[in-house]
Design a protein around this ligand. Structure first.
Ligand code: NAP
Length: 486
């Protein structure tokens, strides 16, 4: 007879909702602790103008909850937020969530083989297992630019969007041209009176046809969900995922050269003005930084009301941004699309594992986890979308589902009483890290650029092998790689 385990899921974003659904289906007693007042994670926090997912909508969907109603090939952020809210309701997760409960600490007790969890507001819970579904990019990175606080207009980070600020007819500056900055500029061009894009490093842009689904198409999806599967599991799409995976994981591959050709051709054919074209041309290889997919950025930056400033930022003044060429760009609003601290993961939660081991110490050099899901000395603590997982332009839903399938197999053994607790062994973790770091050096992320993919030592922090290798690794846990408290 399998035991009902007490499970705590930290975070009610995409991965936390998934974990709660699966654990509930397995018959466990699930509580989800969510720091905010709503579900949605990154889709709740990011509400910036132009927000879209750059993974096709029907692939960025739980495999068990297809959605006939996506309006476009790449879905807009608010639709994704509504989707997660609906799934959480439909699958009975919402009542399991304790909102406004930010976890402060989780401490393992070897005697009881349980986690003692405490939230900032003093709620205390015990759990047989913990799923940390705390997201990847959730600590906004503010730029260190002289004079930022002196700006007399409105300034905010892209992930702290101020809904009350009407940008129409305003002079708006956007610092940063990662996926976020590019989407914001595309959305504001023609809405703001003036859109000024401050670009420190140019980005390669992959064109994408972001077609709308017609009412007839959506009705057809509703009538026959197989049509959705035909998109999601389309052999051409799946082949593309594999090709992309080969491209990023091998900087000498044929596939990465094809991507390089495609983005260079896009720049050449889509930007008419040779001066602007050179401003937009990166001096590093395509996909070294996360590849940006856009259907309209090049079109929008050629508008007369949009400026791309490449002179660099000297300082911020009360009236606007002074560039290194001495020009003052007067602004009403300044949007900081300057990214996130990508090395936080489950932190700042104080996680204390076996023998008083602090996760913060284990991760002092770099955050990592065996196969991205388990950390030695942290028994029955499993990470979804944890460090070293595949994060480059893939559907993180697909990744989280595969990770959950893997984790479930360990949980089943605990529930069956075969083992009391599981965490990756130090040897298996060390071997994984050695192989991962060696492989990471051959990925396109290591080909000579700066990006949030690199850890503090400049080593790419994501899964360096193929998508198929990841799928295979998530197929079944190798028990010999785990410490199993019998
Ligand atoms: P990001 O990729 O880290 O980009 C930050 C940008 O800010 C870069 O252009 C960076 O320039 C610039 N920057 C940072 N500090 C600066 C400073 N002091 N002065 C001038 N420029 C500065 O952040 P992001 O655009 O928010 O995207 C982060 C990730 O979120 C993406 O890679 C993606 O994984 C995810 N995302 C996904 C979607 C989606 O559609 N699914 C949308 C948005 C974001 P440098 O390049 O020179 O460092």
């Amino acid at each position: 007879m399998a035991k009902t385990l007490k499970a705590v899921v930290i975070g009610a974003g995409m991965a936390g909702i998934l974990a709660a659904i699966r654990l509930k289906e397995m018959g466990h007693d699930v509580t989800v602790l969510e720091k905010a007042a709503r579900v949605g994670g990154t889709w709740r926090e990011n509400r910036y103008a132009g927000l879209h997912c750059d993974v096709p909508a029907h692939a960025y969907t739980y495999s068990f909850a297809p959605n006939a109603d996506w309006s476009r090939y790449l879905s807009p952020g608010p639709e994704i937020q509504r989707y997660f809210e609906k799934v959480a309701d439909d699958y009975g997760v919402t009542p399991l969530i304790r909102f406004d409960q930010e976890v402060a600490e989780a401490r393992w007790d070897d005697a009881t083989t349980q986690w003692a969890i405490e939230t900032k507001s003093g709620l205390k819970l015990d759990a047989d297992l913990v799923i940390a579904a705390t997201g990847v990019l959730h600590h906004p990175k503010m730029p260190e630019i002289e004079g930022l606080e002196s700006f007399t207009g409105t300034a905010f980070h892209s992930a702290r969007w101020q809904d009350g600020v009407d940008l129409s007819g305003k002079r708006v500056g956007i610092i940063g041209n990662g996926s976020t900055g590019v989407q914001i500029v595309s959305a504001l061009a023609g809405v703001a009176a003036k859109t000024v894009h401050f670009q420190r490093s140019p980005q390669w842009i992959m064109p994408v046809d972001n077609q709308y689904y017609s009412d007839e198409q959506r009705a057809a999806f509703r009538a026959d969900p197989q049509l959705i599967d035909d998109i999601r599991y389309n052999p051409e799409y799946e082949a593309n995922v594999r090709r992309f995976s080969r491209a990023i994981n091998d900087m000498e591959s044929e596939e990465i050269h094809q991507i390089e050709w495609a983005v260079a051709n896009h720049l050449e054919t889509a930007v008419a003005d040779p001066v602007l074209r050179e401003k937009l041309r990166p001096n590093y290889r395509a996909a070294c930084k996360r590849l940006i997919f856009s259907w309209d950025y090049y079109e929008k930056v050629q508008r007369p009301d949009v400026d791309v400033v490449t002179a660099g930022i000297e300082r911020i003044e009360p009236a606007g941004v002074r560039d290194r060429g001495g020009n003052l760009h007067e602004l009403d609003v300044l949007i900081l699309a300057t990214g996130f601290h990508a090395d936080r993961f489950v932190r700042p939660i104080n996680l204390i594992g076996r023998g008083g081991t602090a996760l913060n110490d284990v991760w002092a050099k770099r955050p990592s986890a065996y196969l991205a899901v388990s950390v030695p000395d942290f028994p029955n603590l499993f990470l979804l979308n944890g460090p070293t997982g595949p994060v480059g332009n893939f559907s993180l839903i697909d990744i989280a589902e595969k990770q959950m399938t893997y984790i479930e197999q360990l949980i089943d053994r605990v529930a069956a009483g075969e083992i009391r607790a599981a965490s990756a062994s130090r040897e298996a973790f060390a071997d994984y890290e050695e192989r991962r770091i060696a492989a990471a050096k051959g990925t396109i992320f290591a080909s000579g650029c700066t990006s949030w993919y690199l850890d503090a030592e400049g080593v790419p922090a994501s899964w360096p092998w193929s998508y198929d290798a990841f799928t295979e690794a998530m197929d079944a846990p190798k028990l010999e790689d785990f410490d199993l408290a019998a």
